[in-house]
Design a protein around this ligand. Structure first.
Ligand code: CDP
Length: 209
């Protein structure tokens, strides 16, 4: 089994941070798969098309090149919301599977984070971690993050977004957000980034030995 680390979890759970740190530690390539759905949504918005247009969304997903998009815009609140709408279109998910699986198939291994990595994209990953936290803690973090990027960040609105996105991501029919049966859970509500990383590292080392 190659060295693939699959990290899943809901919005602002801290999965991206722990994925980045694990990738750095093990010198593995890292793919933040949320960016693919964010970029697909961005492409539709830029063309003035509705997010529910499945044909256009699939086309955008197939022709995607992440370097065409401004990273700050991709991470904005508007695009976060929009991305979960396009992510519920089965043809969009199908269009993005192959490139994610190719990324995971690199000989040295890889770290991927998202919603369906342990369940759909890399069901045979050596390590699967599901990162979560209370909706309130996640909204607080996202508000701080957005404020840091100079975006207006009203906690109540963000908590609303987080709950809406959790519901949309968990209730969709294709590849819903859920913990794989063999994933290990880290609840980050009461943990800082270093403590989360330490826990994740222990999990990876246990799986490798
Ligand atoms: O950073 P945050 O957790 O807020 O979101 P993200 O990981 O960038 O993902 C944005 C949206 O893309 C999510 O709300 C999901 O709807 C979708 N997504 C997905 O469906 N499957 C993935 N593997 C990754 C993201």
């Amino acid at each position: 089994m190659s060295f693939v680390i699959a990290i899943d979890g809901p919005a602002a759970s801290g999965k991206g941070t722990v994925a980045r740190r694990l990738a750095e530690y093990y010198k593995l390539p890292h793919l933040d798969t949320g960016l693919l759905y964010r970029a697909t949504a961005c492409a539709l918005i830029d063309e003035g098309l509705p997010l529910e247009d499945a044909v256009a969304a699939e086309e955008a997903a197939r022709g995607l090149s992440l370097s065409d998009f401004d990273p700050d815009r991709l991470r904005s609140r508007e695009i976060g919301e929009a991305s979960s709408v396009v992510a519920s279109i089965p043809a969009v998910r199908a269009a993005l599977i192959e490139m994610q699986q190719n990324f995971a198939a690199r000989p040295e291994g890889a770290v991927l984070d998202g919603r369906d990595i342990g369940t759909v994209i890399c069901p045979n990953a050596l390590v699967k971690i599901f990162v979560t936290a209370s909706a309130e803690a996640r909204a607080q973090r996202r508000a701080l993050e957005l404020a840091g990027q100079g975006e207006p960040a009203d906690y109540k609105n963000i908590l609303d977004d987080v709950r809406k996105r959790d519901a949309r991501d968990s209730e969709r029919k294709t590849a819903p957000l859920k913990q794989a049966h063999d994933a290990i859970l880290i609840d980050t509500t009461e943990l800082d980034k270093d403590a989360v990383f330490a826990k994740a590292l222990r999990i990876v080392e246990q799986r490798r030995s």
